[in-house]
Design a protein around this ligand. Structure first.
Ligand code: FAD
Length: 232
């Protein structure tokens, strides 16, 4: 299976073209290349784990996972500016009061409503932490272990939103401190023992998803328990 291809085929087919204009409330710079954009909700209903298509009015649209919780009265997304990218750079230049165009709510990277009765393994790279931030905020009792692959500790966005004994930073670019592993998230997962009945959710780069998917299967986790959201 090629995750990138399957994602693009299904995502384009699912667009339902419900368009709304929202007002930017704040833009918080988290690192030199990543910001958190908060904007008005305008009554948009969604489930934690889903994503939006958005951009500036008149411009192209891209997919962004919803970082905020369904209980919040605003919407938030985490944007990493891609060098030579178009939409991410436009979004990062927004300021409070600007308009943002949203086209529909998409995606099935969600957990069941009775998720408190199950174990979850969450694996993210970079801004792929966004859907997990929304899910954990939505279901505070959920039983999860989250492995977050980033280069540097400064990219552990919103780490404080996760319980310290459930959040595992995997730093590929440095040796971190307490609660962190040195090494890529795939290396770290290879060494840990995982419950075989856990539901596994992988979000971020295609390379990570491909490697982790194969590793989980090799460890004995059935394919039906593995869910993916591929960013690029
Ligand atoms: C379901 C889904 C949810 C997503 N959620 C988020 C999110 O929450 N936050 C976020 O920042 N991005 C997210 N993305 C990626 C986002 O949609 C854009 O692809 C990204 O912002 C680049 O858009 P751009 O117009 O700036 O770059 P483009 O002009 O489209 O070109 C970007 C180039 O960079 C590559 N690229 C795209 N994203 C990345 C990346 N993160 N790192 C390195 N290379 C990349 C692309 O493959 C392409 O070759 C998500 C993608 C999908 C499919």
């Amino acid at each position: 299976m090629h995750f990138c291809e399957t994602y693009w085929q299904t995502a384009r087919l699912r667009r339902d073209k419900v368009v709304s204009l929202h007002r930017v409330l704040s833009v918080t710079q988290l690192t030199a290349g990543t910001c958190l954009i908060r904007f008005t909700r305008e009554g948009l209903a969604y489930q934690s784990g889903q994503y939006l298509l958005l951009g500036i009015p008149g411009g192209d649209l891209r997919e962004y996972s919803i970082f905020s919780r369904p209980q919040d009265s605003w919407l938030e997304i985490l944007v990493r500016v891609i060098p030579d990218g178009s939409v991410s750079a436009q979004l990062a230049r927004l300021t409070p009061g600007d308009s943002i165009k949203v086209e529909g709510v998409q995606g099935s990277f969600t957990v069941p409503l009775d998720c408190e009765h199950q174990k979850f393994i969450f694996v993210a790279t970079g801004t792929g932490i966004a859907p997990f931030h929304s899910i954990v905020g939505d279901f505070p009792e959920i039983d999860y272990q989250l492995y977050h692959g980033v280069r540097h500790a400064s990219e552990c966005y919103a780490r404080e939103a996760f319980a310290a004994d459930r959040y595992h930073a995997c730093l590929s670019g440095e040796c971190g401190g307490v609660g962190t592993y040195a090494g890529r998230v795939t290396q770290v997962l290879y060494d840990v023992s995982l419950p075989l009945n856990a539901a596994c959710y992988l979000c971020g780069s295609c390379d990570m998803i491909y490697e982790v998917f194969a590793m989980l299967q090799a460890k004995g986790i059935p394919r039906a328990q593995i869910h993916t959201e591929t960013y690029y």
